[in-house]
Design a binder for this molecule. Sequence first.
Ligand SMILES: [Ca+2]
Ligand SMILES: [Ca+2]
Ligand SMILES: [Ca+2]
Ligand SMILES: [Ca+2]
Length: 413
Amino acid sequence: MGLKESESSIYLYSLKMISFLEQFHGGFAMFFSWEGILGSRHLLFSFMLYTACGVGSGQIHYSVPEEAKHGTFVGRITQDLGLEVGDLVSRFFRVVSKGRKDYLEVNLQNGILFVNSRIDREELCGHNPVCSIHLEVIVDKPLQVFHVEVEIKDINDNSPVFPVKEQKLFIPESRLSDSRFPLEGASDPDIGINALLTYSLSINDYFILDVKSKYDQDKLVELVLKKPLDREEVPEHHLILTASDGGKPELTGSVQLLILVLDVNDNAPTFERSEYEVKILENAANGTLVINLNASDADEGTNQEILYSFNSLTPSVIKDRFHINPDTGEISIQSNLDFEYINSYKFRVDATDKGNLPMVGHCTVRVEVLDTNDNAPELAVTSLSIPVREDAPPGTVIALISVSDRDSESTDS
Ligand SMILES: [Ca+2]
Ligand SMILES: [Ca+2]
Ligand SMILES: [Ca+2]
Ligand SMILES: [Ca+2]
């Protein structure tokens, strides 16, 4: 500090006394207790200084934005303190600040306080709404101490940040309109309006946002369902949630919202047609395929898997004659058909899905049994004139229908 030893001890002593007096807001009660330690001349001198300093302290207040460039003007500190620029060096003008000392500095040539190094308000004060650097300005001859406060003003140098890049939501398609789904909000390290967030949602048909203030800057952000979901129509929704701060210009941050619509068993299996007609020869062998039914279900997973069965009201005479494969929907002959006994069958087939609450679709199958004549093979040529289903098993239907037509006019031949 360049002080002589005697000056240094006075200074130190004075500082001690100042802080002491600041604690007790008095002085005379203490006066005599110090007398024995140091000379009364020093004591009196220091006490007067305290009075002088007391008047000046806390009077100077400056402000400067954070992140200001090196050399940015903060204040005419010497002028404002009533000091002469020319005396600064001779009076050992110095500035003391708590913690890091090099944020601000005084140019001794012109007495101006300027920004010396980068000041990041967020680093210095976090979310504290008030951020200042306290300086103690000290001069000697006579010793004076001044308190200077430099307020560091926030600038909007931080965008709102979401904790994750993508938020995934699983929503069953059965959820009702006005159902709510909480979202993770964003945070902004700035303060005040520079951290005051508003939210918006990308344009879509199903969801809107509802934002409530929990506390000042902490907001409860919720998705609200406005239109019932349908997994079969739109299984996934891709939305973007954007947070904007109140700075000028505003800064924004965003997060992807992936909404996966969970299936609910809300579709029954359906057959392509409500009624199927099949013609089959009475002598068709056991196991011969009568028809392969095929139903479909718009849901997914087990809600889509189908079991085929005869309707519960189906009479046993039909169940005896035909077999239905529950997994494939294939109906085949399982005991001999007898044209003379029954020449047509009609039954209902159910397709039931494996949902928790199963849904059922139906169709009706008509089977016409065709007569055969094994004794008149020579008449097979007439088969060409008979209409034949294009999906009838190759060979069998054509040849035998022609015969049966002939034979039904002369049964028991
Ligand atoms: Ca901000
Ligand atoms: Ca800031
Ligand atoms: Ca289903
Ligand atoms: Ca469904």
